[in-house]
Design a protein around this ligand. Structure first.
Ligand SMILES: C=C(O[C@@H]1C=C(C(=O)O)C=C[C@H]1O)C(=O)O
Length: 259
């Protein structure tokens, strides 16, 4: 695709409605990744720094897995698209692929907005104990792989806030500019918040968790209420962490939008 092709594609794709559609589609990825992680018990050795010994590396198996996988992804060009943000940006290797002419829709400084450290903490400290049953089945590498899938789906969704903020700004710069000039976080947060949209998101993700996570059998007496991930946990995940973190990304983006 040439730069001209990708820009005209963007003209059509870049509306608040189309970005919200993408966020809705990304809910599927987030929920499926949680369902996959819930197949395994907590498997705490995955997170215990003393469980592995790698010379020169003091982290857990989960961290080892994420860092090394990100190396491969970076070489394949994953972090060149503005939609992807690495968890360990400090150590990335250069891509082996030629550059792609991604349309430059975001303010260039937004490349430095990366809240993956907060996402990492929320995921391991708050969310994981709610979705994985206590226990240990020894499948630590598969556990780390499914953690990474969850982290990537959450990170992509949350950092999508950069695009949402850009389109909100473009739709009514006159509303946002005064708050940006005075660097007023509270005012920006108020401007970009749509409570009715958030209510729908909470209800929809709970419903998706019910539909995607139900036991499907050919018997007529399907067991209801036996979900692979608790729908109210998914709703809470969105209410307490995903949407607030997406709004933090939006505020951070808007704060530098006029730089
Ligand atoms: C992402 C948006 O901005 C805010 C954050 C939302 C979210 O993270 O889902 C939903 C509504 C808004 O309060 C949006 O308006 O769609």
């Amino acid at each position: 695709m040439t730069k001209a092709d990708s820009s005209s594609y963007l003209e059509n794709a870049f509306t608040l409605e189309s970005l919200r559609d993408s966020l809705i589609r990304q809910e599927d990825s987030v929920i499926f990744s949680l369902i996959e992680r819930a197949k395994f018990p907590v498997n705490s050795n995955t997170y215990d720094k003393s469980y592995i010994s790698v010379p020169g590396f003091g982290g857990s198996l989960a961290e080892f897995f994420v860092r090394n996988t990100e190396d491969v992804h970076a070489k394949a060009g994953r972090y060149k698209t503005p939609e992807e943000n690495p968890f360990f940006p400090e150590h990335l290797l250069p891509p082996v692929v030629p550059p792609f002419p991604y349309p430059e829709v975001l303010h260039p400084a937004s490349a430095f907005i990366n809240i993956n450290k907060s996402i990492w903490k929320v995921y391991f400290d708050e969310l994981l104990p709610l979705i994985a049953a206590p226990g240990d089945d020894g499948n630590y590498a598969s556990t780390a792989a499914s953690d990474l899938a969850c982290l990537q789906a959450l990170s992509r969704r949350i950092h999508y806030g950069k695009f949402v903020a850009e389109v909100k700004f473009r739709e009514s710069p006159q509303d946002y500019e005064p708050a940006i000039r005075s660097q007023d976080r509270e005012a920006l947060l108020k401007l970009l918040t749509f409570e009715s949209v958030e209510e729908m998101v909470k209800k929809r993700v709970a419903k998706k968790a019910m539909v995607f996570g139900q036991e499907v059998s050919l018997d007529t007496d399907d067991k209801e209420g036996n979900y692979k991930v608790n729908p109210s946990v998914v709703s809470r995940l969105y209410e307490e962490w995903v949407m607030p973190l997406t709004k933090i990304v939006q505020v951070e983006y808007l704060l530098l939008r006029l730089d």
